[in-house]
Design a protein around this ligand. Structure first.
Ligand code: C5P
Length: 223
């Protein structure tokens, strides 16, 4: 059993993609596997935390000892996250949230025969879940975000840390063959106000244990 660095702590974690309906048979989403978020949930539970895992549509088993809340859309993920965050000491946003959703969800299947030749979809911006939680005045947990980038990784991650008012961000170069969306491995750099630390490339499961240790050290320095 690893050191109980999160003993007695309540942790909420978002993971996987969200999915936005266009009509009853179609949706917008992305290739997030949810592996990193699920690995962190498992590691947090092993470290003694009471974990709520808010999961978008993924094909992964629920880690041992973790309470799972399944959601589909971004709005559902936001509601579940707000509710879990109310009672959490730590909030970790590992989900790949769909940035835009269709302005109108058609109640019948959209037909190409109906004169729909181009510009069929109008999109509106989704709420930013982690920025909403981090922007709280009241009941604000320690907030950790992720930044999946393909260039200027550290610079972009630092921008997100500041813009979203996060306490810590985990930067991830998804163009690196050592990591990314569907890979079992990952390499990340942890950034906060104090500085940055690049962790060695590792299996997502091993990396999750080290990440939980790094997060706990910053979030709960007294131990
Ligand atoms: O998509 P982006 O690079 O801005 O994501 C950075 C962080 O913000 C991630 O932790 C992600 O889970 C979170 N996020 C969110 N809600 C969004 C978009 C991103 O919680 N609508």
């Amino acid at each position: 059993q690893p050191p109980q660095v999160l003993a007695g702590k309540k942790v909420a974690i978002t993971a996987g993609p969200t999915r936005e309906a266009l009509d009853p048979v179609r949706y917008l989403s992305n290739h997030s596997s949810g592996k990193m978020g699920f690995a962190i949930a498992a590691a947090a539970a092993r470290a003694g935390a009471e974990v709520t895992l808010i999961a978008g549509p993924v094909r992964l088993d629920t880690p041992a000892g973790v309470k799972r809340v399944d959601v589909v859309s971004t709005d559902e993920m936001l509601s579940a996250a707000e509710q879990a965050a109310d009672e959490s000491d730590l909030f970790i946003a590992a989900a790949a949230v769909v940035d835009f959703r269709p302005a109108i969800v058609a109640d019948q299947k959209i037909k190409k025969e109906d004169g729909n030749d181009s510009d069929v979809l109008r999109l509106v911006k989704n709420p930013d879940i982690v920025a909403t939680i981090a922007g709280r005045k009241d009941k604000r947990p320690f907030v950790v975000g992720f930044a999946a980038e393909t260039e200027k990784v550290i610079e972009h991650a630092k921008g997100k840390l500041a813009r979203k008012n996060l306490d810590m961000i985990v930067a991830n170069d998804v163009s690196d063959p050592e990591g990314g969306f569907n890979s079992d491995r990952n390499q990340v750099t942890v950034i906060d106000q104090q500085g940055e630390r690049t962790l060695p490339a590792a299996l997502k499961t091993e990396l999750a244990t080290e990440l939980v240790r790094q997060i706990a050290e910053r979030a709960f320095p007294a131990g």
